[in-house]
Write a protein of this length. Structure first.
Ligand SMILES: Cc1cc2nc3c(=O)[nH]c(=O)nc-3n(C[C@H](O)[C@H](O)[C@H](O)COP(=O)(O)OP(=O)(O)OC[C@H]3O[C@@H](n4cnc5c(N)ncnc54)[C@H](O)[C@@H]3O)c2cc1C
Length: 739
């Protein structure tokens, strides 16, 4: 059989079928198959040919190929399986837009051995039949948003016996490889079925050209529409917990002490907050006798095995270079053994020890990855487990309904004094929000659902302030300017938006990483991030926490722009040391309404460095710290012993960007962030800019809380997902137990 001829026949058949009767379901399938087949990378063709040859269908029988008689349900699943088995990361990413779903079965590859980061996509199958029956029209709690803040909270409230509705703008992509495969996380961040793309502005500015394609840069062609800088978020079930890089870093004790001190609420004390971490974590890399960790929660945490590092001299040399730059001297211990590496890399970044926060060292990175099948662990799994849980007699155990493709447009209040939130207006339909790359202007159908106890907004740092304002809660002047009736004049809504400053130094080696050679995409089993370095910049006073976290990324990563997922890993000979500046002083970023249309994105302005908060020289300190991060990254490259070749800097560019002034200007131009937070902050009772009290209640109204990353008054730690999961667990405790 000449497979390519067969393929051609299938394409022609489907095209003919389309012409003949374009409205039938068969034609829709054929059209989908056409799209999938035409984007099949050649690396998977041989595998597909073999599959077709052994299938019971005639090779030219499209209907049969698409029907259940074919192995793995459909052609699409078979193609995915072949891509996973046969293609490299680079090749596989070219298929990312081919994820038209004909069937929802996960693909499996149990035959392959493990290589670098070893992921076989043979995860256990989560139950399909999610309960969406909305078995009551009256819920006690309605939660808007299923991310790090809303997801765990919804599950906990349902487990406590309440009737809960979780409203979700997107749908569930939890069985796609984009969601499951840790190494596929950049792809997850750009997958149209999951993405919500916001835009802000700097040299990475994106424009939409008149032909609809995108241009990135500062010299757009005539007529191009200004978009801004890509800021990825996720609209799918699990929110950003379903596309993030899975790095799980415990925040600093000082982060919790700060909230405790400004609110006078001792339940925020670090010791108490540690309990929420223990509750949510299912640690898979330490013995269960270790204190300060959890071993039975919903979030699985693992480390990338050190044996994988030992397979590659380049990785070893990068770690050695980092250790030398950190003053560890030379590494008699680096004998190419796991024990030797264990002396250099500390193993428990999230330990509860008194000295943990202050330690400056190299660490292995905990990832939210399930070691059973090397798939992503996150709030989506907890939601699905809760919604699908049954009693021994098969009856439903918890009342958690999921309402997908539902964009909350407004929280509705009664006329009491103060007003009480009693329900939610929404629009129902797919891809209604303008940040969804598939959005084509659909209006959706309107709906309303009421809540007998509370409405909880967990829509994330951009959408929570947008929804509050659309509901009449925000700065009076802004609401007035849009003709929105004021329910509560809270000037802090949409102010205080914060993020980290991040900047990368990219090194290129003459040859590929050995562990990536010949390693097909389907065998990757981490998000790729295995090592970090914690370091204190010169701007930190004695006794304060390290403010720099240097993240080792196996790729060429310079920030977010359309196509970055592919660009950053299309070659296998790059390494980025990315600096994350913690505890930055900038709190001058804003989220403002662009219109009263809930389907519009808001205007998001990041006022970085000297365009933002310059009080007490905070901007100068932030810039200095980021500069020291860049210099440390360069030192880490310079000090490596080239066991398998040296790296030379290709970004920001060695001699082109070498003086302190040049490096600092580059940081101001190029720094990015991806931990947006603090835009509806908790604060003191006498703080006019406080939006929430210490129990997450929106000030000035009853029955409304905010539980997500926007609730932090100051951006916590070095990574924000884990602190947000902890905050979500705390909110559940507060609501269930009145704490
Ligand atoms: C590319 C990327 C990588 C990241 N990697 C890491 C990492 O490795 N480690 C880490 O600690 N952090 C990481 N983060 C950050 C972290 O994942 C997020 O900050 C965190 O998930 C925020 O949680 P949240 O609940 O505030 O918001 P989200 O997770 O964004 O959840 C909000 C949800 O609400 C939904 N929603 C919004 N508005 C509405 C509406 N009107 N109606 C219905 N639904 C609505 C959204 O679609 C979304 O699903 C990453 C972030 C990005 C963007």
């Amino acid at each position: 059989m000449n497979f390519l001829r067969t393929l051609g026949f299938l394409l022609v058949s489907s095209a003919v079928a389309q012409d003949a009767a374009s409205s039938s379901a068969a034609d829709a399938q054929a059209a989908a198959a056409l799209k999938i087949l035409s984007s099949m990378p050649t690396c998977g063709l041989q595998c597909l040919e073999a599959a077709v040859a052994t299938s019971p269908c005639a090779a030219t029988d499209l209907a049969c190929q698409l029907a259940s008689s074919c192995s793995n349900c459909t052609m699409q699943a078979q193609i995915e399986l072949c891509v996973v088995k046969s293609c490299t990361i680079k090749e596989a990413l070219t298929t990312k837009n081919a994820s038209v779903t004909l069937c929802h079965q996960p693909v499996r590859d149990e035959s392959e051995p493990v290589c670098l980061t070893a992921l076989t996509v043979h995860a256990s199958v989560l139950p399909h039949a999610r309960r969406q029956d909305n078995t009551t029209s009256e819920y006690e709690y309605i939660i808007i948003g299923s991310g790090a803040g809303g997801g765990p909270l919804a599950s906990r409230l349902a487990i406590a016996g309440f009737k809960v509705l979780l409203i979700k703008a997107g749908d569930d992509q939890g069985e796609s490889n984009d969601y499951r495969v840790p190494a596929w996380q950049p792809n997850a961040q750009e997958a149209p079925a999951m993405a919500w793309d916001f835009y802000e502005r700097d040299t990475k500015t994106t424009w939409r050209k008149t032909d609809g394609s995108l241009y990135v840069g500062q010299d757009p062609p005539a007529g191009a529409e200004y978009l801004g800088i890509l800021y990825p978020r996720s609209g799918t079930l699990g929110g950003c917990g379903s596309h993030n890089a899975m790095v799980m870093v415990y925040p600093f004790e000082s982060d919790w002490e700060y909230i405790q001190s400004i609110t006078g609420d001792d339940s925020w004390a670090p010791n108490n907050m540690r309990g929420y971490f223990e509750k949510l974590e299912r640690n898979e890399y330490l013995p269960s006798s270790i204190v300060g960790h959890g071993f039975s929660g919903w979030l699985r945490t693992t480390l990338t095995p050190l044996t994988l590092v030992l397979e590659d001299q380049k990785l070893l040399s990068l770690i050695q270079g980092a250790a030398s730059a950190m003053g560890q001297g030379l590494l008699t211990t680096l004998h190419g053994t796991v024990a030797g590496l264990g002396h250099i890399l500390l193993g428990d970044l999230n330990n509860p020890g008194a000295g943990r926060d202050q330690t400056q060292a190299l660490w292995q990175v905990p990832l939210s990855v399930d070691p059973k099948d090397y798939s992503r662990s996150g709030p989506r799994g907890f939601i699905i487990e809760t919604a699908n849980a049954v009693n021994s007699d098969g009856s439903r155990k918890y009342h958690l309904d999921l309402q997908m493709h539902t964009l909350a447009s407004k929280v509705v209040f009664d006329t009491g004094s103060p007003p009480k939130a009693i329900g939610v207006d929404y629009l129902q339909g797919q891809s209604l929000y303008a940040a969804d790359p598939r959005n084509a202007g659909a209006q959706g159908t309107t709906g309303y659902v009421c809540a007998s106890k509370e409405v909880i907004i967990s829509a994330g740092a951009f959408n929570t302030p947008q929804l509050l304002k659309l509901s009449g809660i925000g700065p009076k002047s802004e609401l007035d300017s849009f003709g929105i009736d004021v329910i509560a004049d809270l000037p802090g809504v949409g102010t205080n938006l914060q993020d980290r400053y991040e900047i990368g130094v990219v090194g290129e080696a003459p040859t590929d990483f050995a562990v990536l050679k010949g390693c097909t995409f389907g065998r990757l089993r981490t998000s790729g991030i295995a090592v970090v370095v914690s370091k204190k910049s010169s701007t930190q006073a004695a006794g304060t926490d390290p403010d720099l976290l240097m993240l080792g990324v196996p790729g060429d990563f310079r920030g977010y722009r359309p196509g970055y997922a592919y660009d950053s890993i299309k070659e296998h000979n790059h390494w980025t040391w990315a600096t994350l500046k913690a505890h930055s002083h900038n709190n001058a970023d804003t989220v403002r309404l662009r219109s009263t249309n809930p389907r519009d994105t808001p205007s998001i302005i990041f006022n970085s460095f000297d365009t933002g908060n310059t009080a007490n020289g905070g901007d100068v300190e932030d810039l200095q710290a980021a500069y020291e991060g860049v210099q440390l990254a360069r030192e880490m490259f310079d000090k490596l012993i080239p066991l398998d070749g040296k790296f030379h800097e290709i970004w920001p560019g060695g001699s082109n960007v070498s003086t302190e002034t040049e490096v600092k200007q580059c940081i101001k131009d190029e720094a990015w962030g991806h931990h947006a937070s603090c835009s509806a902050p908790i604060g003191a009772d006498d703080d006019p800019m406080a939006v929430l009290d210490s129990k997450f209640r929106v000030r000035g109204v009853n029955g409304l809380r905010v539980v997500d990353a926007s609730a932090f008054p100051k951006i916590p730690g070095t990574f924000i997902a884990l602190p947000t999961y902890m905050l979500s667990e705390k909110a559940a405790d507060v609501i269930i137990n009145g704490l």
